[in-house]
Design a protein around this ligand. Sequence first.
Ligand SMILES: [Ca+2]
Ligand SMILES: [Ca+2]
Length: 309
Amino acid sequence: MKIAVCIALIGSAISTATGMHDDDLLFGRDNNRVEVIQPQPHPVRQMSSVAGRFILDVGMDFYYDYTTGQPHLQFCRVQQVWISSGLVGSKSGFGNVFCESGCRNFFDLPTGGTPHHHFIFAAPSPGVYVWDVRGINGVARGGAPLQDMPYAYRVYMVAGNPLRLFGNVVPAQGYQGDLYSLRLTVQLRRGGAAIAQSTLPPNPTAIYPYMVGFNQPAGAYTIVAKLSKHLSRRMDNLSLAGARAQDWVFTTLGDLNNDDRVNDADLLQALFAFGTNTPDADANGDGVVNDADLLIILFNFGAVGEGAQ
Ligand SMILES: [Ca+2]
Ligand SMILES: [Ca+2]
């Protein structure tokens, strides 16, 4: 009995020490492509405050099949797709591996004979930080090459207790492109003046398609959300304290130059790119700039975003 209790205590001590492993990104295969098998979706992670900065341990490994005990993969590269400004992922012996600029921004599994690795992500100030990755160049255990992950897997990291907004992002009805290729900017205003803003690609595969954080005191704010190619939406007198759900539904397409107005500048941009596949001039995101894009701009001509100043 004493031994059993002792083992149970050791077991609980070990699971506490290694509890972060529950959230390790486990790379495996889904039919003929690489996939993060679990956790799906990734839970929102709270960073720890250590010596004046915020840190989080993020692990990765291959996914091992329960019945065979074998990994799905023999190789994959973890490729960063997006990272928030200020967030840095480092590893002992490797230095800074993941960051906004100047880092290699990928890591191969296995490295040094093992697919199991941990990174310390660090941020300088309270906020919500984002790390998006894809598994690419995968090779199945049997040697078959696998297709790359078609989407970005997102990890949200919360530093401190910032004001947070999270929820869904709905593009205009006529938009046919990938939501992830757009950028959402959420701006906090008080007395008409912008005091903070955060930009990220909306990710419909994440636990929340968007989440942003602001290191500001609780209170009532005006919030303006702008999705690229769309006119902005505005919410006045929104009471913020801690985290709050707030979905954004965008109704008006055609703002190609993102000045929050649909006018002749957008029309000219589409005309100059007519017949090409220039992404910035492709209002409806269907991959080509043609009369459908011109019609969207003409139909919404003169419209101004709710948050335009
Ligand atoms: Ca415009
Ligand atoms: Ca188009």
